[in-house]
Write a protein that binds this ligand. Structure first.
Ligand code: GLY
Length: 334
């Protein structure tokens, strides 16, 4: 079992990565936790045992259920069960579950401890680590949320064995992002080591910039277009698939802005070609709707804003001309 410490300013916490990590739940609960509210979904085949009085709270499936309504339902159910600040919430499932459970834990009674047991590759390498919690609005992804660090995260790679192949591949899209953040040789590593390498990389960014005042935004490489594709909707894309398109887009936008050359774009493509993920925009992608959605991105404080490669590595670049973005979208059409 690998143990990585996320040295968050509010307190360090462990991330255990390995086969059977979910069985360590009882030992990572906050000291004195009396009861555990386990938040999960019907489709999650993995039960968790907190070793204390526990109750399961099921939330609906699908991105459309990642909303304030689900948080309200959850908090009301917590209240009826009598959850107190001395108890703990467990988020057991994919990124949607840990985002919603984490946000409910952050706001219920103004904050209850939470432990995450991510059961998807995407959750293990990204969503469950680092304390970002939240839900979507019709206007965009993750527009309402809170930073609420978990007390511990258990990344049990056994739970990835039951993932549908497409869901697993989607996780690889998020994993590919780490290659551009300097994690080398990911595709040659055994799965537990690859997950641990991504967690270690992310832990460094979270420790340095918990609230995304600067450096942490680089973890969103490829995500401005990815989130826009998901917000506009109707494109049959999983998150990691959208990120893979977003990474190719970001490379082409950086080239258009004179930040990188053809060889660097080819380098992006070569790395991403190693994954069985979409390479182009959906045929019916609506450029104008995507531009509007990108302008509402959380990073967009000064106009259209992207994480882009350049001579100094990845940087957040604001005030990108809409015409350059629109022309780059055209480059990525099938
Ligand atoms: N998913 C990006 C972050 O946690 O900062």
């Amino acid at each position: 079992m690998k143990e990585i410490t996320v040295d968050a300013p509010g307190g360090a916490y462990p991330v255990l990565v390995g086969a059977g990590a979910r069985h360590r739940l009882a030992e990572v609960l906050p000291a004195g936790a009396g009861r555990a509210a386990v938040v999960t979904q019907r489709s999650i085949p993995w039960a968790v045992d907190a070793g204390i009085d526990q109750e399961v709270f099921v939330i609906d499936e699908g991105e459309q259920a990642k909303d304030l309504g689900s948080v309200e339902k959850l908090c009301r159910a917590f209240s009826r069960w009598g959850l107190t600040r001395a108890d703990v919430v467990i988020g057991a499932g994919g990124g949607m579950v840990t985002d919603v459970a984490g946000f409910a834990a952050a706001v219920y009674h103004r904050g209850v401890a939470v432990v995450h047991v991510p059961t998807t590759l995407l959750g293990q390498v990204d969503a469950a680590i680092g304390g970002k919690t939240g839900v979507n609005l019709p206007e965009g992804k993750n527009l309402v949320g809170a930073f609420w660090q978990p007390a511990a995260v258990l990344c049990d790679v056994e739970t990835l064995e039951t993932l549908p192949p497409r869901e697993y591949r989607s996780g690889l899209g998020e994993m590919a992002k780490y290659a551009f953040l300097g994690v080398e040789g990911l595709s040659d590593l055994p799965l537990d080591e690859a997950v641990a390498a991504c967690v270690t990389c992310k832990a460094g960014y979270v420790a340095a910039d918990e609230r995304e005042a600067g450096r942490r935004a680089l973890l969103n490489y490829g995500h401005t277009l990815a989130h826009a594709l998901e917000t506009v909707g109707g494109y049959d894309l999983r998150h990691g698939e959208a990120v893979a398109i977003g990474l190719r887009f970001a490379a082409r936008l950086a080239r258009r802005l004179g930040r990188i050359d053809d060889a660097s774009v080819a380098g992006h493509d070569a790395l991403l070609d190693g994954y069985d993920l979409p390479r182009r925009l959906p045929a019916d992608a609506d450029g104008e709707a995507l531009l509007t959605a990108m302008s509402r991105d959380k990073k967009a404080v000064t106009g259209l804003t992207f994480v882009l490669a350049g001579r100094r590595g990845l940087e957040v670049v604001g005030d990108v001309a809409p015409a350059a973005v629109a022309a780059t979208l055209e480059e990525l059409r099938p």
